[in-house]
Design a protein around this ligand. Sequence first.
Ligand SMILES: [Zn+2]
Length: 115
Amino acid sequence: MNLYVTHRSNLIQRAIARWLTMKRDPRSCPYCGKFNDCHTNVDADTVDGGGPPEDGDCAICIGCGNWSIFDGANLRLPTDVEWQEIQHNQDCMRADRAWRAMDKERSAQQKKEAG
Ligand SMILES: [Zn+2]
């Protein structure tokens, strides 16, 4: 099971996508419905950029922080067995902590901007 972050690409990322591990491949999050147009492989042992996601690989949504599984052209909810695998995967748990820290910062920033 490889690990990806699904997210929206920005203009610069789109321009240099071919040199990044980022794969442009639009799919919607099965939890929040966020339309993410690419996936970045973030396995700790990926040194060569990795490949595109395959069926059964997992992804964390940049929008809501929930986990899903690549399945054909879609993302679906994990089965109980896959969920167990995600929870016991050190890379996934690191990504989970990183997402929560990012979300905390994002919320603080939004509060600050709202005055
Ligand atoms: Zn989501």
